[in-house]
Design a protein around this ligand. Structure first.
Ligand SMILES: [Zn+2]
Length: 219
C-alpha cells in the first residue's frame, strides 16, 4: 500500500467521513466509486459551436462526488475528480494554452469560503490565467465603460478583466449542463482578443446517447 493511501486510511480512522459517491462510511471516495471516476472523454459543442470536452458524464456517482466537492471543499474530492478535467483539457493540446475558469458567483464563494473549480484546475495541473474574467453586474462598473463596451456588455454577464490579444485559452469549469455559461465565457474572452481553443469540464449532462459519443463506444 502506498504511503499516501496508508495516511488516508489513518486519517479516515481519526476523522471518519462517508464516501461522497455512495455514502458508505469510508474514505472521502471509496475504491468502488473511484473506479467510476476514471475518465471517458466525450466531445460535445457549446451552444455557440465552440468545441468542448468532458471527462465524465454528469450522473450517478459523478454527480454525487461533484456535489460533495461543492459542499465540503475537500482536497481529496478535488483530487478524485481532477483526472477527468485533465483528460478533457488534454483534448485541446497542452503547449502555451492557459486555462480560464468561469468566475464563481460572489455569493457562492462567500457562502462556501472555497473555490471548487480553482481546486480542480490546480489538482489537474492546468496553468490557470488568474482573474481573466469578471462578472458584469455593478451599475458603477457599467458607468465607467464606454458606450461601445456597454453595448457589447449587454450581450452577456461576463467581461474580460484585461486585454488578451493573441493568448490561447481553454475555458474550464466543473460541470456543463446547457453549456451557455461556458459559451458566454468564450464570447467574453474572444471579445478581449483571446484565441479560445475550446472548453473543458469535469462532467457534462449527457443528452440522448448518440453513436458518436466516445463514452458510448465499447472499450
Ligand atoms: Zn463509495
Amino acid at each position: 500500500m502506498p504511503l499516501a493511501d496508508a495516511l488516508l486510511d489513518a486519517l479516515a480512522v481519526l476523522f471518519p467521513v462517508d464516501c461522497a459517491g455512495c455514502g458508505e462510511p469510508d474514505r472521502s471516495v471509496c475504491d468502488g466509486c473511484r473506479a467510476q471516476l476514471v475518465p471517458h472523454v466525450a466531445r460535445f459543442a457549446l451552444p455557440d459551436g465552440t468545441p468542448a470536452a468532458a471527462g465524465l458524464a454528469y450522473e450517478g456517482t459523478v454527480r454525487a462526488v461533484v456535489a460533495g466537492l461543492k459542499e465540503r471543499g475537500s482536497g481529496a474530492l478535488a483530487g478524485a475528480l481532477a483526472p477527468a478535467l485533465a483528460a478533457a483539457s488534454a483534448e485541446f493540446g497542452g503547449g502555451r494554452t492557459w486555462a480560464v475558469r468561469v468566475p464563481p458567483s460572489r455569493a457562492g464563494l462567500r457562502r462556501r469560503g472555497f473555490d471548487p473549480v480553482a481546486m480542480l484546475a490546480s489538482r489537474a495541473g492546468l496553468p490557470v490565467l488568474p482573474r481573466a474574467l469578471k462578472p458584469v453586474r455593478a451599475a458603477g462598473e457599467q458607468k465607467r465603460l464606454g458606450l461601445e463596451e456597454r453595448r457589447t456588455n449587454r450581450q452577456g454577464s461576463l467581461v474580460a478583466a484585461r486585454p488578451l490579444s493573441g493568448i490561447r485559452v481553454l475555458v474550464v469549469d466543473d460541470v456543463a449542463t446547457t453549456g451557455s455559461t461556458l459559451a458566454e465565457a468564450a464570447r467574453a474572452l474572444r471579445a478581449a482578443g483571446a484565441d479560445v481553443v475550446g472548453a473543458a469540464v469535469v462532467a457534462h449532462t449527457p443528452r440522448r446517447r448518440r453513436s458518436t459519443d466516445t463514452q458510448g463506444t465499447p472499450q
